[in-house]
Design a protein around this ligand. Structure first.
Ligand code: HEC
Length: 271
C-alpha cells in the first residue's frame, strides 16, 4: 500500500514538474526551460501591477518578457510574426508585437515574498485556481490593460509566422507595393479588432459577414460609408451586432480600408 502511494506521489510530482517548465518554440527550435534555468539566464524583477484579473494591485517576482526573448535569441518583426502564448487548458491568445513595443510585459512565477509558483488563488466564476506556473502581466494603465491578453497557467510561448498562421488573409505586399506599411498596419488592426467576428477569404469569425469573397466590401460600399460604419455601426443599423470603435483614429480606419482593398486583389475562388 505504501508503495502504491509512493508511486502516485512520484507520478504527481513528475507531472507537476513537467508542467512547470516553460516551452519556448521558435524557428524550428523547442526549448523546455525550468524555472532554475530561467533564473540563471535572466534577472528576476519585482514588479507592481494593476492587475485586472485579481482586480487589485499586486506585486510579483517575474522576468521581463523582452529580456527573455532576447536572451534565447527569439528575433521578431512585427509585420511578420506574433507570439502565441498557450495555457495548460489550451487557451492560446496571441500577443500583438505592437504591445511589446508600447508596454512592458512580464512573466510572473510567484508573488513577491512567496515561494516559487505560489500565488493567491484567482476566482473565476464559481471556481478558484492558481495562475502558476507562469502568468503574463503588463505594466500598463487600465485602458491599455483591457486590450492585452493576461493568460495565466502559461506553459508555452511560440513565435508564429503570420503568413503561415493567417495564410488566407495575409496581405501579400512586396517592397514595390506603394502602400505596404499602411496595408500591414491595417492587417494588424484587423486581427486585433475585427477577425473574431469577420472572415477574409473564409478565414476568421462567423458572427459578422465575410468581407472579401466573392465580393470585397470596398467594391460595394463607398469609402465614406465604410468609415462611418466601422466607427459606429449603430448609426447605420439599429440593433447592429457590431460594436462601435471610438478608439480607432482616422488613420487607423484608413489603414483598415487599405488592407481591405489589398485583399480584393487576393480573393479565393470558390470555397
Ligand atoms: C462583435 C462582432 C463584430 C466585430 C468585432 C466587428 N464586426 Fe463588423 N459586423 C458585425 C456584424 C454582425 C455585421 C452585420 C451587420 C450588423 O449587424 O450590423 C457587421 C458588418 C460589417 C460590415 C458591413 C458588411 C456588409 O457587407 O454589409 C463591415 C464593412 C464591417 N462589419 C467591418 C468591420 C471591421 C473593419 C471591424 C473591425 C474594426 C469589425 N467589422 C468588427 C460584427 C462585428
Amino acid at each position: 500500500m505504501r508503495q502504491l502511494i509512493m508511486i502516485i506521489v512520484c507520478g504527481f510530482l513528475s507531472w507537476q514538474s513537467a508542467a512547470q517548465t516553460l516551452e519556448l518554440r521558435f524557428d524550428g527550435q523547442v526549448m523546455q526551460l525550468s524555472l532554475a534555468e530561467l533564473k540563471q539566464a535572466l534577472p528576476v524583477k519585482l514588479v507592481q501591477i494593476d492587475d485586472p484579473v485579481y482586480h487589485k494591485t499586486k506585486r510579483y517576482q517575474a522576468f521581463e518578457l523582452t529580456a527573455l526573448l532576447n536572451t534565447y535569441g527569439v528575433v521578431l518583426d512585427a509585420t511578420k510574426h506574433e507570439l502565441v502564448t498557450t495555457a495548460l487548458d489550451g487557451y492560446a491568445p496571441p500577443v500583438p508585437l505592437s504591445a511589446l513595443a508600447s508596454a512592458k510585459g512580464y512573466l510572473a512565477f510567484a508573488e513577491e515574498g512567496k515561494a516559487d509558483f505560489q500565488f493567491e488563488s484567482v476566482t473565476l466564476g464559481k471556481s478558484t485556481t492558481s495562475p502558476a506556473p507562469f502568468y503574463l502581466v503588463w505594466q500598463v494603465d487600465a485602458k491599455q490593460a483591457a486590450q492585452l491578453p493576461w493568460p495565466f497557467q502559461l506553459v508555452k510561448i511560440e513565435k508564429v509566422d503570420l503568413a503561415q498562421q493567417y495564410a488566407a488573409m495575409f496581405p501579400k505586399t512586396t517592397s514595390t507595393t506603394r502602400n505596404a506599411a499602411a496595408v500591414q498596419r491595417g492587417f494588424q488592426l484587423f486581427r486585433q479588432q475585427c477577425v473574431r467576428c469577420h472572415s477574409i477569404n473564409l478565414q476568421g469569425g462567423v458572427v459578422g459577414p465575410e468581407l472579401n469573397a466573392p465580393k470585397n466590401v470596398t467594391e460595394y460600399w463607398t469609402d465614406e460609408h465604410l468609415r462611418g460604419l466601422i466607427r459606429d455601426a449603430s448609426s447605420y443599423r439599429y440593433r447592429s451586432k457590431m460594436p462601435a470603435f471610438p478608439e480607432l483614429s482616422p488613420q487607423d480606419i484608413e489603414d483598415l480600408l487599405q488592407y481591405l482593398r489589398q485583399m480584393a486583389t487576393q480573393k479565393i475562388s470558390k470555397p
